[in-house]
Write a protein that binds this ligand. Structure first.
Ligand code: PLP
Length: 390
């Protein structure tokens, strides 16, 4: 059959219907599956059959979710996890041995940084960070034990853009596994495998569900690597629940229209902020003033839902701004229908020293807005009135 377009696959990728001929996918809340007879049981455990045995290994709902994301990302195979962090952890843990080394961009999700600095040293797995504007210094970080190159783009919370093609050329030259956390873009805006990534990780908690209901994660990419991740995970047990997989698979049906509107709204908010006198700078990948605007246009379909900006008055102005917000949610999440404002210095990145924060481009007056799907007039009015009070 001819390959269908993204939006069509998101809707029409569906598990086989049951005898009830349900239109929308059924939900299989079952921990295990039964066997016809002893031969069926033997052959199933010997993996001579491609079938469900136990929901820690696979389940029709998680398989449907995985198949959709694979089609969206152009990936061969995948595995679904109970959270984004369990996807990140399990992917590294499955592929690395004691003594191995990771090269990673410094601007990464806070818990991933904690994984590198607090958890992996227990198993003698080390890392080196690079700054996103220092790709020319990558060679110096390579050791005989380097196995993985890791990056996020756009980054959190500074929405900086990394050159995925350049990173993939470097990875290929040094035979590294290139892994991209594509959570901020969603598969609708960017497909890192096209630029040469080997594996792509998502927190399904963000734009994929997009309605703030479930935690989820997924890793997709090259079959040989996914097979290692699958073998590791069926033993260690981080699998996604069938209920959450069902929710996510339904959410993906509307990913395209939701993300289009998120991006449209975010650009309007970014343009509004750029003209405000209380604001030092605004960063949004599709604003012409963004330092990597051209690269963003090349890699992404639109700019995403996150806008970062800096208030002129630093910490004090930040406090006043947050206390004056009426409608927007003060929360650490992102990619929700509800617009959310976060102060990275006092929340998501508070465990870092001030110096470490600056290395990730986080200043005291920096605000991150995840622009939601409310009417832009109301979003901008709320931000505008709060800026007026600082
Ligand atoms: C939220 C997030 C994660 C972690 O996902 P959880 O579902 O919260 O575990 C990982 N990477 C990025 C970029 C994220 O935004």
């Amino acid at each position: 059959m001819k390959k269908k377009k993204f939006e069509t696959e998101a809707i029409r990728t569906q598990m086989e219907r049951s005898g009830f001929l349900e239109h929308s996918s059924a939900m299989y809340l079952t921990s295990s599956f039964i066997f016809e007879d002893s031969e069926d049981m033997r052959a199933s455990f010997a993996e001579e059959k491609d079938r469900n045995i136990y929901s820690r290994y696979s389940n029709p709902n998680s398989s449907e979710f995985i198949e959709k994301v694979c089609k969206m990302e152009g990936a061969e195979d995948g595995f679904a996890f109970s959270s984004g962090m369990s996807a990140v952890f399990s992917t590294f843990a499955a592929l690395l041995n004691s003594g191995d080394h990771i090269i990673s961009a410094r601007s990464i999700f806070g818990s991933t940084h904690s994984l590198f600095t607090q958890v992996f040293p227990k198993w003698n797995i080390s890392h080196s960070y690079f700054k996103i504007d220092e790709l020319d210094k990558l060679e110096k970080l390579i050791t005989s034990k380097t196995k993985i190159l890791y990056a996020e783009s756009p980054t959190n919370p500074g929405v900086e853009i990394l050159d995925l093609e350049a990173l993939s050329q470097f990875s290929k030259k040094h035979k590294l596994i290139m892994i991209v956390d594509n959570c901020f873009a969603s598969p609708y805006l960017q497909q890192p495998i096209k630029f040469g990534a080997d594996l792509v990780i998502h927190s399904g908690t963000k734009l994929m569900d997009g309605q703030g209901r479930v935690l989820a994660g997924i890793t997709v990419g090259k079959r040989a690597l996914i097979d290692q991740i699958y073998r590791y995970s069926r033993i260690t047990g981080p699998a996604l629940s069938p209920f959450n997989a069902w929710v996510l698979s339904k959410s993906l049906e509307t990913l395209g229209v939701r993300v289009d509107r998120h991006c449209e709204n975010a650009l309007k908010v970014a343009e509004f902020l750029e003209g405000n006198k209380s604001v030092n700078w605004v960063k949004y990948p599709f604003l012409k003033s963004h330092p990597q605007y051209k690269l963003a246009r090349r890699q992404m379909k639109a700019g995403g839902c996150v806008v970062a900006f800096e208030l002129k008055g630093g910490l004090n102005a930040g406090k006043k701004f947050f206390d004056s917000i009426n409608m927007l949610s003060l929360s650490a999440n992102l990619g929700d229908t509800r617009s959310i404002v976060t102060h990275p210095a006092s929340t998501t990145h508070s465990k870092l020293s001030a110096e470490e924060r600056l290395e990730c481009g986080i200043t005291d007056g920096m605000v991150r807005i995840s622009v939601g799907l409310e009417h832009t007039d109301d979003i901008i009015n709320d931000i505008g009135q709060a800026l007026g009070r600082i």
